[in-house]
Write a protein that binds this ligand. Structure first.
Ligand code: PLP
Length: 473
């Protein structure tokens, strides 16, 4: 290995592991070494190919149509269905919103109706495209309320959104009722199946109960499904499907208004690496339909074992029965999720804390991979140890003066100097500037006290100070 590749490997060893099944957020591991190898080699082989022009790179066009065809069959698409491969779930969501907005140029101030559990990517879309997000409350099990969603649709609505499943709690919204309400008003309905779209159809085939949500449901006009999650593809691919080419049309962008090549893009990128697409094609070809069915059976059996194991720990409670590969659980008042999260990190397991929201307690989120399903006993043993540690330590106690101070802060009124002070006070910055904190529990506990706008502002200030030029290279 060259010195530089050795240096890369050394740097990468500081990251959470991307294989091995012990990272339960951000990465999805099939546990299939051959699928991984083929995917990586395909990425490397196509890293320099440019998806900008399918006439120059016809192999990329073919791979895209193959992947979209697979997804259309998987998600009960009609013969008219079309799709495009994007760089990820966020781009798929952004384009679903942009397309919906631009399909209604007659509406001056467009709106979209979202359950509060919809992914933050929709808020990003609202921000980028000037589409107002109308937020609708969910029921006790965190599923969208169809009657409230229907009532929120008005003459300015360009899009209604449902999740299959939602990221935070892993439950599927009642898509049939929501899509019917949208269709009755002539409004588009997007189902965000970014995380569950490659799992739920197989779960249904395995005989598990799955709320209908695909194109089999009348009124569903578009669906997003990520390949870089449960298709176990390398990072950088998602698919946005539309029921008809007409629904997709506003997404396309062409410009001949300059002296160079006519720019013609189906998605947000123009020059785009062929690597992720080839990687996804290689992985989906390697695993195949039967392979995904087997991986789904394996991972869902793992979810069942985790849910019963977590439920048997007295301090813990699974917040809602999972409908796919996502598990959210919380604690009683003998301990807190942030201490557990750090203890799990020390034990070699990465789990993701979710802050309290609208009166609901903070939780720990698990995105289970097939590779984790083999190790549920080890996971549960580590979790049990982490809970014991957290109970022994007791819930993080924050000084009441600090609590009051944090609650009194108005994010909009804070200056850069205020943020420097706050970052230092919260342990998010050390003596020699901002670095990555070694322990997160206190920081998370403080963020948990803050209202969402302050969380956003503090973390933005933190990121701003992390992203500074170095003189290493
Ligand atoms: C992951 C996810 C997204 C965003 O996808 P990225 O690939 O992270 O951009 C959107 N919606 C849901 C439900 C997701 O789980």
């Amino acid at each position: 290995m060259s010195d530089i590749l050795a240096r890369l490997a050394e740097m990468q060893s500081a990251d959470v592991p991307i294989t091995g099944g012990r990272t339960l957020a951000y990465v999805y591991d099939s546990g299939l070494a051959e699928a991984d190898r083929v995917g990586r080699e395909a990425v490397a082989a196509y890293a320099g190919s440019n998806g900008l022009d399918p006439t120059a790179f016809p192999s990329l066009l073919m791979m895209e149509n193959d992947l979209v065809g697979f997804a259309v069959r998987l998600l009960d698409g009609p013969a008219s269905a079309v799709g495009t491969v994007t760089s990820g779930g966020t781009e798929s969501v952004l384009l679903a919103v942009q397309g919906a907005r631009d399909s209604r140029p007659d509406i001056e101030r467009p709106r979209m109706v979202l359950p509060v559990t919809a992914h933050a990517a929709f808020h990003k879309a609202a921000h980028y495209f000037g589409v107002e997000a109308v937020m609708v409350d969910v029921d006790e099990e965190f599923r969208a309320r169809p009657s409230a969603m229907a009532a929120a649709i008005d003459d300015r609505t360009v899009l209604v959104v449902a999740s299959a499943p939602s990221y935070a709690h892993g439950v599927v919204d009642p898509v049939t009722e929501i899509a019917a309400a949208a269709a009755a008003r002539g409004v588009r309905c997007h189902v965000d199946a970014c995380i569950g779209g490659w799992v739920l159809p197989y779960a249904a085939r395995l005989g598990r109960p799955v709320t209908p949500w695909t194109f089999a449901v009348d009124g569903v006009t578009s669906i997003s499904v990520d390949l870089h999650k449960y298709a176990y593809a390398p990072k950088g691919t998602s698919i946005l499907l539309h029921r008809t080419p007409e629904l997709r049309r506003p997404q396309f962008f062409a410009s001949a208004a300059w002296p160079g090549y006519t720019m013609l893009n189906p998605t947000m990128q123009s020059t785009k690496s062929g690597g992720p697409l080839a990687g996804a094609w290689a992985v989906v070809s390697t695993i195949g339909d039967a392979g995904y069915l087997a991986l789904t059976e394996k991972v869902l059996a793992g979810v069942d074992r985790l849910v019963s194991g977590i439920s048997s720990l007295p301090a813990l409670r699974v917040v809602v029965r999972p409908e796919s590969t996502l598990v959210a659980f919380t604690t009683d008042d003998t301990c807190d999720v942030f201490t557990i999260t750090d203890a799990m990190t020390r034990a070699g397991w990465y789990v993701q804390p979710q802050l309290s929201f609208e009166g609901h307690a903070p939780t720990i989120h698990l995105s289970l991979s097939a590779a984790t399903a083999d190790q549920t006993d080890e996971f549960l043993a580590a979790l049990s140890g982490a809970v014991s540690e957290a109970v022994a330590a007791g819930p993080i106690a924050i000084d009441p003066g600090v609590v009051e101070f944090v609650r009194s802060l108005d994010a909009a009124a804070l200056s850069d100097e205020d943020f420097d002070g706050l970052l230092a006070a919260t342990g998010m910055a050390g003596g020699d500037g901002v670095g990555l904190p070694a322990s997160m529990a206190e920081i998370n506990a403080l963020l948990d006290l803050a209202a969402p706008p302050l969380r956003e502002a503090l973390l933005t200030a933190f990121l701003d100070r992390l992203l500074r030029p170095s003189a290493q290279l």
